[in-house]
Design a protein around this ligand. Sequence first.
Ligand code: ZN
Length: 130
Amino acid sequence: MKKIKLPVLGKNDKRPFFPADGLCPVCQTKFKGLDGIAYLCAGSILDSLKHKIDDNEFDAFFNIGYHGKDSAVRDSANADIVNELKSDQFDLSFCSLGCIRSFLNQVIDDLEEELEQNIATMEEEDNSKA
Ligand SMILES: [Zn+2]
């Protein structure tokens, strides 16, 4: 599987859609001609609109992470899937639910690795103080 660089969307993206090339980011299958597309869709919507709001007023985000017990958050890890995107909503598309699973597995695998390293570093720091 091709490694997907995070965040997949950010403040420089003009359109809130990933990928932009019409190819599944996991397996490179063309979306055109498929029976359907699996998606992760997220965003925020104001409950009551008092005035027209421009997309530039939003900073959309989508994180997956683990928050540990350490007060300095040294036993934690976070992945920014989408960061500071100027949109109230965004779509991440894949050719199948299986490819969403592969994508999420990749993110979680990386997070687990980062978390293990962070905890090991924290324990080294604490042991050197003792
Ligand atoms: Zn795919």
